[in-house]
Ligand binder design. Structure first.
Ligand SMILES: [Fe+2]
Length: 133
């Protein structure tokens, strides 16, 4: 999982956090694929879990600050992600890095996030930009 320019929202704070997020998800996926010990995967998942919460909260603060009209819906999307992530965590804890867990990691983390950034987060950045101008 790599950063590419199609992910730029144009808001530097959001973009920098997204870059870090993508780097961390890449580390989780590599750790799983290489069948690294559960401890390492757990550590990366722990970090990712905390980082996601922090990032979402920063993004939500920004939306409030700029009266983003779709704030409620966006917050719901974040909550759904956190719930899916928690479920995945539990599954990893009980099953380890099985193929099902890795496939889910890909779907829940990678695909969801890419789409979310490209569609939803870009809308926030555009809204902020329009407000600032
Ligand atoms: Fe978001």
């Amino acid at each position: 999982m790599k950063w590419d320019d199609s992910l730029y929202t144009g808001n530097s704070k959001i973009d920098n956090q997204h870059k870090e997020l993508i780097k961390r998800i890449g580390q989780v996926l590599i750790a799983c694929r290489e069948r690294k010990g559960a401890e390492i995967v757990n550590e990366t998942l722990d970090f990712l879990g905390d980082y996601v919460v922090e990032h979402f909260s920063d993004e939500e603060k920004l939306q409030k600050q700029y009266n983003y009209p779709d704030y409620k819906n966006h917050k719901k999307l974040h909550e759904k992600f956190v719930a899916d992530f928690t479920e995945l965590r539990n599954r990893f804890n009980s099953d380890g890095s099985t193929l099902t867990v890795i496939t889910k990691l890909n779907r829940v983390l990678v695909q969801w996030l890419m789409k979310h950034i490209k569609v939803e987060d870009k809308k926030i950045a555009a809204h902020i930009k329009a407000q600032v101008q």
